[in-house]
Structure formats: structure tokens, C-alpha cells
Write a protein that binds this ligand. Sequence first.
Ligand SMILES: O=C(O)c1cc(C(=O)O)c2c(n1)C(=O)C(=O)c1cc(C(=O)O)[nH]c1-2
Length: 248
Amino acid sequence: MTAWSSSSEAPWSREEFERQLRALGRYYHFHHPYQKMMAAGELTREQMQGWVINRYYYQINIPRKDAAVLANCPDRDVRRRWIQRIIDHDGDDRNEGGIAAWLALGDAVGVSRERMTSLDEVLPGVRFAVDAYHNFARQQPWQEAVCSSLTELFAPDAHRSRLETWPRHYPWVDRAGLAYFENRLGQAREDVRHGLALTLDLFDTRERQERALEVLRFKLDVLWTMLDAMYLAYVVGMPPYHAVPEGD
Ligand SMILES: O=C(O)c1cc(C(=O)O)c2c(n1)C(=O)C(=O)c1cc(C(=O)O)[nH]c1-2
């Protein structure tokens, strides 16, 4: 055991552990300059479209990530509940699901289905970040993948903010497109209840609890890095290779 390791210390109480997880909310992407511009009505149509196009790559990878959790999890009770996340995004006979709702959000901001689903405009930085999340869920223990979903603890504030500020600041966005955010408010509450209870149960030593905080930091980095890539490309005006002269 190394001198800096605190693994021999007593575990935090559930309340203290939950408090530490929630305290990481200060690094949530809601506080990124791109999101702040969005909430303040400062994004141009192109910047809004760029966000919707790039976030689509996140949306289509969420159910694949959740399928990886199912594949790695031997606990039937956990799988029975976790499978709902895939249905929430992919839809079923009764409900079109979140990916369809995100395409409708594209319609509302003037992004055609072909443009969105081609993935041609997904920035490399966004692709790398999202792939890192998907690969994490495939390769790490399923308990860590469960924990990494806990950024959803902080998502309802972001969804509510968009529902409240977009109609005021972006009257050109068709309101029907905001259904995605409305739907997520209820779904995220359920997801968080389950994901948080599992995390509090499973990470039951100080070493595991500290690992859980690291895992949540990783996921916060994924979300923040996506917005860094968008900020550089669409706000600073430096998309990848922008300074490379056109070849012949
Ligand atoms: O718009 C957002 O700010 C936001 C953030 C997050 C998140 O924190 O990962 C998710 C979502 N939305 C979301 O809609 C969603 O379905 C979702 C699933 C997950 C996940 O990690 O399993 N995060 C998120």
C-alpha cells in the first residue's frame, strides 16, 4: 500500500458519499461557456445547429453504451431495469424514443435528417470523447459504467434551462422540437434514482468510493471536452485543419 492511498480509511457514510458525488456538479457541462452562451441567447443559428449536430453523435451512442452495460452485467435484476434506457432512446411500438425526438429537434433548428445522420459534421474531438465513453462502458466493470451515467444527476437543470430560455431567445426554433428535453425530465429522474442507489450500494469501501468519484470526473471530462471542441470550431472559428492551405 502506497503512502498516499487512503484505502485503509473507513468508508464514507452513504450521505457523505452522495454529497461528494453531487459536489462534482460544479464541473458539469452546464457551466461551460458554450452552454452559458446558449442560455443567454448568444448563439447564432449556425452555432445552435452545430451543437445539435454534434450532440446527435452522443445521442446515438447512449443506447450502445447501455447495451454494453447489459452485456457486462450478470445481475438479472439490474438488467431488467437498465434495459429501459435503451428503449427510452431507441423507442418501441408505443413511443418513438429519444433519437427520433433528437431528429425532430434537428428539424426545429433547420438541420435536415440527411445532414444530421450523415455524421459528416461531427467534430473529431466530439467523436473521440463520445467514443471514449462508449469504450469505457465496454471495457470497465459494469459497476463503473453505472456510476459514469451519474452526470444525469445534474442534467435536469440543463434541460429545464433550455425549455425556459430557448422560446425567449430563439423564437426561430420550432417549439415542437423541444419535446426531447421535456421527455428527459421524467426519464432522467428514474435513471438517476436507479443509478445512484446502485452506486451507493456497490461502491462500499473508501477505495471504491474514491474510484467512483474518479469515474464521475472522467464522464464530466467527456461532456466538457465535447463542448471545448464545439467552442473552438464554432465560436473561435478554428475547426480542425482550418489553417492548412487548400491543396490541389
Ligand atoms: O443535455 C444534457 O445536458 C444531457 C446530459 C447527459 C449527461 O449528463 O450525460 C445526458 C443527457 N442530456 C441525455 O439526454 C441523456 O439521455 C443521457 C444519458 C446519459 C448517460 O450517461 O447514460 N447521459 C445523458
